[in-house]
Design a protein around this ligand. Sequence first.
Ligand code: BGC
Length: 381
Amino acid sequence: MDYYRRSIEIILQNQHPGGAYVASPHYPNYQFCWLRDGSFIAHAMDRVGEHQSAEAFFRWVDRTITRYAYKVDELEKQMKSGPLAATKSILHTRYTLEGEEESSDSAWGNFQIDGYGTWLWALAEHVKQTGNDRLLSELADSVNVTVRYLEAAWRLPNYDCWEEHPGYLHPYSLAAVYGGLMAVEQLGATGKFAACRLPAGSYAAEVKDFITRMAIYRGKIVKHVWPAAAGRTARPVIQSGVDSSLLGLAVPYQVFSRNDPVILATVAAIEKALHRSGGGVYRYKGDVYYGGGEWLLLTAWLGWYYAQNSEEAGASELLAWIEGCADEAGNFPEQVSEHPLAPKEFQPWVNRWGPVATPLLWSHAMYLILHESLKESGRKK
Ligand code: BGC
């Protein structure tokens, strides 16, 4: 099977006419479009030359943010009068495919800042690749709203990218904020984004300074950080350990360079604790979601990091492992459960929500990104 073509096909088939990408078409709780998943999917579409699909997604985000931009005005006002008690004015992490907030599901937290950084990063990559400066001017207002939102919200505790631990700040999420703000700053510096009058670069520098001071323990990045509170400064949550999403601090958000000692030590910890030898990559040690299986998108993410470091053998091995996880129709699941971290926790999730989400568009997207990164790294030689 040509998994490359099949992945593109699955993504295009599951893009709503308005531009949104459904997280997973058949899984009951994933009938929404997440900014996090969607931005990586759009980036994958850009990498494979499907720029129209990516552009349609960015326009969908633009319309959605414009619809809810009034909340950012409210949030800024609330922030002036002290820390936020209720987070009513936050922008949601996922929307219906029509770009409306979903109100039915209150069990999952909707306050997650990372996707807003990721969309800025992905949009900037789109503009760099396509030279579509016109799109950037058309989307200028929602880009500016996002920059304001990130500056207002990044210090507030929010759910992590796995939709857990709302009491903390998360270096992955902060990295996405940093990456998005820096992307806007760099577009400004090239003269491509004159419409941004906000000091995105100095906001980004503050975020990086915070990560550097508060998120590193014994030379490695930790998974969570305690937010500052009355009489207490922020500090790393030492026991939170390592999480594979921390790869994002290097690739793609470049908070630190790929060879910075703190990245090398963090990646080594991920490899040791979370990469099953010859297999895939787990999210984190205590994962119980569907028994805590190996996630395809994280396996591709580690491969992406390897490909950028010219470690092609390692990257190709991970690519092949992902291909081995496809079903007979070429669909990639969110995770595979043959070697779960918490086997007893698998069946209760199946009873609750049905089988693991398949296809997961984000899995297909990360596979495509890895595929393209490997090609690029081969071309550089
Ligand atoms: C994951 C999120 C993801 C969502 C939709 C959740 O289970 O934790 O990271 O955005 O699924 O794919």
